[in-house]
Design a binder for this molecule. Structure first.
Ligand SMILES: [Ca+2]
Length: 504
């Protein structure tokens, strides 16, 4: 106070009066905000096809991600965050609705939820938030996702700045959905990563094309990292970093063969996730708790002062329950708990993916150590454009002509047994299937029963559901929709792929 008095005493009276007036007006604004002291802004940053392993802070020594590495030191890192789906569109529906994909009808790629289903945009908008999305959409119908699309271009930070500063009295939610590092990996800086010196991950076959594409992919991860840095700079510049909950998620795995996308292996469905929330989340911490994207909406709602238990999602499950599939991990964020779920679940729908050949539905359940996978049509062949009709796999096949181990590995991309079981602790790349080993019969039975219960709750009828996938495609608000008119599961050859590296 003495300092304040000294400053005042040194000023002419008119300036003092103006200063006091400013203080009064300022405090008036503060009291408006004080009406909702615990209503943070939300910045949800979503990469596209970024395998969780391919970040500096998750252990990749080649890729350069200084901004994400810094974000990790400023927040809480979820080591066991999972996606309930294996492609862009169902993943985003689950993330924004808090509902698993089959229950909500949004389970193939290029999909939409059932009419009347609500999303985080609905809930926060009703609660007075300003809600927007920048970049990639891939969700529908419009009525379920009432966001303002401030820009289609994730590099347009003027749009982001205008949105977050538009009305200081109103809290905001921004989903920043990047296109990076989705293939064809042409947007990153060139020459940042030398193909010749890269460490090739053990699940990839090492050849010149793998190295070239990996360098391009890493370059685009670096571009995404730049976007994250720009967003953090914007929050600092507008003095909103302190009252903004930032959640970064890596989405789902890359489109390299075994890079994870289109599969329920950990490369695909496991995600890197970091929450930064100054004053609430302790910097530099981590959690091993099993969590899923469906838990994000309930968490955000609680953080905004809304009770998720009272929410009607607009979409009942098979038993008529209308609440969320996810639940809040706020207690984990606040350091009061390190547990949420005993099991997490995921599904893959092949019907409707560009260039798919046959129905090849996959389901998975995972606990902290084991994963059980059910391939519901093991007699069919798994084949889609993204992995199987791609120049990279062609180059691997050529190398496999005199490499039986690689040939067997490639065969696995097309055909798998009805059941798979992996011990993630001893086999993190899921290369040793234990499903037929009697020593693991109890573990398999336990996980299998959990999967049955989840499928029943979701109204998931397996192959019957898979064959209805085309009827769930064609959202009112998405990009790149390519509804496939071909009847499902016919076994007829898919249309010839045009784009070499275009993936759904
Ligand atoms: Ca994606």
């Amino acid at each position: 106070m003495k300092v304040f008095a000294r400053i005042l005493s040194g000023r002419p009276r008119t300036l003092i009066a103006l200063s006091l007036l400013t203080c009064l007006v300022g405090s008036g604004n503060r009291s408006l905000r004080a009406a909702a002291p615990d209503r943070p802004n939300f910045l949800l940053i979503i990469a596209d096809d970024l395998c969780w392993r391919d970040l500096g802070f998750t252990g990749n020594r080649d890729v350069k991600t200084p901004n994400l590495d810094r974000l990790r030191t400023e927040g809480l890192y979820f080591r066991n965050m999972f996606s309930p789906a294996t492609t862009c569109s169902p993943t985003r529906h689950a993330l924004y609705t808090g509902l698993h994909c089959i229950r909500a009808g949004a389970y193939p790629n290029h999909t939409r939820v059932y009419a009347g289903t609500k999303s985080v945009f609905t809930y926060l908008k009703e609660a007075g938030y300003r809600v927007a999305l920048q970049g990639k959409e891939h969700v529908g119908p419009k009525g379920s996702f009432p966001y303002e699309r401030i820009s289609a271009n994730p590099d347009d930070f003027n749009a982001a700045k205008e949105f977050i500063t538009r009305d200081p009295s109103q809290p905001w939610f921004l989903a920043f959905a990047s296109h990076d590092p989705h293939s064809p990996w042409s947007r990153g800086p060139k020459g940042l990563h030398d193909p010749a010196t890269l460490a090739i991950p053990p699940y990839l076959h090492d050849n010149a094309l793998t190295r070239k594409l990996l360098a391009d992919y890493y370059g685009e991860i670096n571009k995404f990292d730049w976007q994250v840095g720009e967003l953090m700079r914007l929050l600092d510049e507008t003095q909103q970093a302190g009252n903004t909950l930032v959640l970064f998620i890596s989405e789902q795995g890359s489109s390299f063969p075994y890079g994870g996308k289109w599969s329920v292996y950990d490369n695909g469905i496991r995600a890197a996730a970091v929450v930064r929330w100054p004053g609430k989340v302790k910097a530099g911490t981590s959690s091993d708790a099993l969590v899923q994207y469906t838990d994000v909406v309930p968490t955000f709602l609680i953080a905004a002062g809304i009770d998720p238990a009272k929410i009607d999602t607009g979409c009942p499950d098979a038993r008529g329950y209308r609440g969320f599939d996810g639940k809040s991990f706020l207690e984990i964020l606040l350091g009061k708990s390190d547990h949420l779920w005993d099991y997490v679940f995921s599904q893959h729908t092949t019907v409707g993916i560009t260039g798919y050949r046959q129905a090849y539905p996959i389901r998975a359940v995972r606990d902290l150590r084991y994963k059980y996978i059910r391939n519901l049509a093991p007699e069919n062949t798994y084949e889609i454009n993204g992995i199987h009709k791609d120049v990279l796999l062609e180059s691997w096949k050529k190398d496999a002509e005199d490499d039986p181990r690689l040939a067997e590995r490639i065969r696995w991309l097309y055909q798998r047994p009805a059941e798979e079981l992996y011990d993630l602790q001893t086999d993190p790349f899921e290369m040793k299937n234990l499903a037929a080993d009697s020593k693991y019969a109890d573990i398999k039975a336990r996980l299998s029963a959990q999967l049955d219960a989840w499928m029943a709750q979701q109204g998931d009828k397996g192959m019957e559901t898979e064959l209805k996938a085309l009827s769930r495609q064609g959202a009112g608000r998405e990009e790149g929709s390519e509804p496939n008119a071909k009847s499902a599961g016919s076994g007829a050859p898919a249309k010839k792929a045009k784009a070499k590296k275009k993936s759904p």
